[in-house]
Design a protein around this ligand. Structure first.
Ligand code: ZN
Length: 281
């Protein structure tokens, strides 16, 4: 299933895309797509619905992030060799973990605001993993059973706050709007292999990032297991699994986002995000 939330920011309604890509309203079935909806039994009930029996949503409403009630966003740093190299950092021996504020979450096509006084706002296309059931100290073999699905994410990063202003990385990762998620939450059954997904990003129509999740240093199952040994993962938590090379910091000279820039990014099978960069709000 491809689950979506549509409508104005703060009052999104639940929906799903049918096989033809038509947006169907789930309001009669659910209040919202929150953590409880992501449990395996609940997703199985939704999958049993006949999409054709659900009302069509008229027009092209704004899309919100495809899940509400996210408890925590866990970021994984330097998880692609080529990105670690462009960042001038060593390839990690164990996953690098940082936290990104859940208040940074935005819709997949919302304008991206540059924070006040920022000069180094950067992009990072990533595969996001959405947890569906509590995971505490799970093995790598058991890890994927705790995943509800996947979505596209941009782990937007202010490099000066991240790296030059006294630590930790979290500061540069957590500004409002710095975690566009979606357009869809694609359930795990529709992603045959999370380590075989091309992902890409364009800035003003120019290719900047082009990678494949098969190049991750630590794969999704290993990350879910590893993080679950450090903290309990709950339904609705999201892990951002790292970005391939091609970020602005890695350009010579570096190229950071400016008001008026346009970003387009996606992960194969999970849809794409498009938005303009704006000045601070
Ligand atoms: Zn990242």
């Amino acid at each position: 299933m491809r689950l979506v939330r549509w409508g104005e920011a703060g009052s999104e309604r639940p929906g799903l895309l049918d096989a033809d890509g038509v947006l169907r309203d789930l309001c009669a079935v659910l209040a919202d797509i929150g953590p409880a909806v992501l449990a395996p039994e609940s997703l199985a009930r939704l999958a049993a619905l006949d999409p054709a029996a659900l009302p069509r949503v008229v027009g092209s409403p704004r899309l919100g992030a495809p899940l509400a009630g996210v408890g925590k966003l866990v970021g994984i740093g330097l998880n692609y060799r080529d990105h670690a190299q462009e960042a001038g950092m060593a390839q990690p021996a164990e996953p690098v973990i940082f936290m990104k504020a859940a208040t940074a979450i935005a819709g997949p096509n919302d304008p991206l605001p540059i924070p006040p006084d920022s000069r180094k706002t950067d992009w990072e296309v990533e595969l996001a993993v959405v947890i569906g059931s509590p995971a505490r100290r799970v093995s790598r073999q058991a890890a994927l059973a705790h995943v509800a699905g996947y979505c596209v994410a941009n782990d937007v990063s202010e490099r000066a706050y991240q790296l030059e202003r006294g630590g930790t990385w979290d500061k540069g990762k957590s500004f409002d709007g710095f975690a566009p998620l979606g357009p869809w939450l694609v359930t795990r059954d529709e992603v045959a292999d999370p380590q075989a997904l091309p992902l890409w990003l364009e800035l003003n129509g120019e290719p900047r990032q082009s990678g494949n999740t098969g190049s991750m240093i630590f794969g999704v199952a290993e990350l879910v297991s590893y993080v679950s040994h450090v903290m309990t993962l709950l339904a609705g938590d999201v892990i951002l699994t790292g970005t391939p090379a091609g970020v602005g910091m890695g350009c010579k000279p570096p190229r950071y986002l400016l008001p008026g820039d346009r970003l387009r990014l996606g992960v194969e099978g999970l849809g794409e995000q498009r938005y303009a960069v704006t000045g601070s709000d």
